[in-house]
Design a protein around this ligand. Structure first.
Ligand code: FES
Length: 142
């Protein structure tokens, strides 16, 4: 079996929603201390729905593929629902990642959460900090 699924290769080679968003309602930037990769996620929100999102990732192929898939999964969804997005859901949508690359998907989950948090903060929306706990996978030690 190939190390990477067709979907991972597709999202790595043709990432969706790449770029900067000048009028974003929320921006989240996260980094992985171990590998030094950085991911920035932008969301546009209208009436509680994420109408658009974009990302920039300075990182490995799996980080790019997972950010791309994460933007596809949260676009058109209520903000609250985007917050529930787990790295496992992103990995499943990509038909899997090798165990040593699972931590890259955590970056995507964290970037979405950071963008939502920024949106809440900028708009004075109260939230439960507990909701921003990252759902760590069993492969990740950091
Ligand atoms: Fe750093 Fe993939 S190796 S996010």
């Amino acid at each position: 079996m190939a190390l990477y699924s067709d979907k991972v290769m597709d999202h790595f080679q043709n990432p969706r929603n790449v770029g900067k968003m000048d009028d974003a309602d929320g921006i989240g930037e996260v980094g992985n201390a171990k590998c030094g990769d950085i991911m920035r996620m932008y969301i546009k929100v209208k009436d509680g729905i994420i109408t658009d999102c974009k990302f920039n990732t300075f990182g490995c192929g799996s980080a790019i593929a997972t950010s791309s898939m994460a933007t596809e999964l949260i676009k058109g969804k209520p903000v609250e629902e985007a917050l529930q997005l787990s790295n496992q859901a992103v990995v499943e949508a990509l038909d899997g990642l090798p165990p040593q690359k699972i931590h890259c998907s955590v970056l995507a989950e964290e970037a979405v959460q950071a963008a939502v948090k920024d949106y809440y903060d900028k708009n004075g929306i109260a939230y439960d900090p507990e909701k921003f706990k990252v759902h760590r996978c069993e492969h990740c030690s950091d």
